[in-house]
Design a binder for this molecule. Structure first.
Ligand code: IPD
Ligand code: CA
Length: 279
């Protein structure tokens, strides 16, 4: 088959990676779940204020890196715990997104894995083993949850909408609180569940109408970008500048609410983070 990418990867190569993705995510999820089931083994430490780390984060990322090295030795990996940089064939992993939940026995966490080819997010899986939910997508081929096609909601009325608006200690609270005030003023139900990846998956499946955050890292959203796009949600130009290493603001919404929520969330005027999370 003819190569269609700068990286030399062809359709068959992309399908091979897609075929492997759910299995590798499942294995990573099982390892994380074993740790989650024995909370006394987590060895919780703090990277900073409200920034949790457990033994499982590093262990899951290490397992993932071994599996990719075995199956696709020519590929590169970027991960929250062990770092990495841009590459033509790049896997991006957040071994545990929602670590604060994970560390306190709350099941709202996931393994999030994206595959980016020549700068374009092509594949994504968000696997939440403690919830029994796996969101999966390939660009141009739709999105599923546990094998069933999913679609974003068709909400038009802000007074019926639910918006998840994320926050991290990388930014001061002021712009976040201002945006939350504007969202309440519009009649939105505002929530924060502490997993950006699952927050985006929930827009894709129609449980919420938007996920916004003034700064988020590539490992939190690489998978969700593909899943939410394929489910019909609208997304800002997250993949611009040094998005892989520096992150960007994110906004994912149902199409009808885009204009209003883009303004209310303050995405265009998002401040730069003062410190980066991860490695
Ligand atoms: C965090 C979560 C949180 C989001 C932060 C992320 P972590 O990741 O996704 O919901 O608001 O921006 O850093 O620390 O749980 O891996
Ligand atoms: Ca994360």
């Amino acid at each position: 088959m003819k190569a269609r990418h700068e990286s030399g990867l062809n359709e068959a190569g992309l399908w091979a990676r897609f075929a492997a993705l759910a299995g590798i995510a499942h294995e990573c999820g099982q390892l994380a779940l074993r740790h989650f089931s024995d909370q006394s083994s987590l060895g919780v430490t703090m990277k900073g204020s409200q920034d949790f780390l457990t033994i499982a984060d590093g262990a899951v990322e290490a397992l993932f890196r071994r599996r990719i090295a075995e199956a696709f030795p020519e590929d590169s990996v970027m991960g929250e715990e062990m770092g990495g940089g841009d590459a033509a064939r790049l896997w991006i992993i957040d071994p545990i997104d929602g670590t604060a939940n994970f560390a306190r026995g709350d099941r709202q966490w996931c393994v999030s894995i994206g595959f980016v080819l020549d700068g374009v997010p092509e594949l994504g899986v968000i696997h939440a083993p403690a919830l029994g939910e796996t969101f999966l997508a390939r660009r141009g081929h739709g999105a599923t949850m546990n094998g069933v096609p999913i679609k974003a909601a068709s909400t038009h009325d802000l007074r019926r909408s639910t918006v998840e608006y994320g926050w991290s200690p990388r930014l001061p609270a002021g712009p976040y609180l201002d945006a939350v005030g504007r969202l309440y003023g519009l009649g939105c139900n505002v929530k924060r569940s502490a997993s950006g990846a699952l927050g985006i998956a929930h827009v894709a499946i129609g449980r919420t109408d938007a996920y916004g955050e003034l700064h988020i890292n590539s490992w939190d959203v690489a998978a969700g970008l593909v899943i939410a796009t394929e489910a019909g949600a609208r997304i800002n130009d997250f993949c611009s500048g040094d998005w892989i290493t520096e992150g960007n603001p994110i906004l994912v919404t149902v199409p009808a609410l885009w204009d209003t929520l883009f303004d209310a969330c303050g995405i265009a005027a998002a401040p730069k983070p003062t410190k980066m999370g991860g490695a």
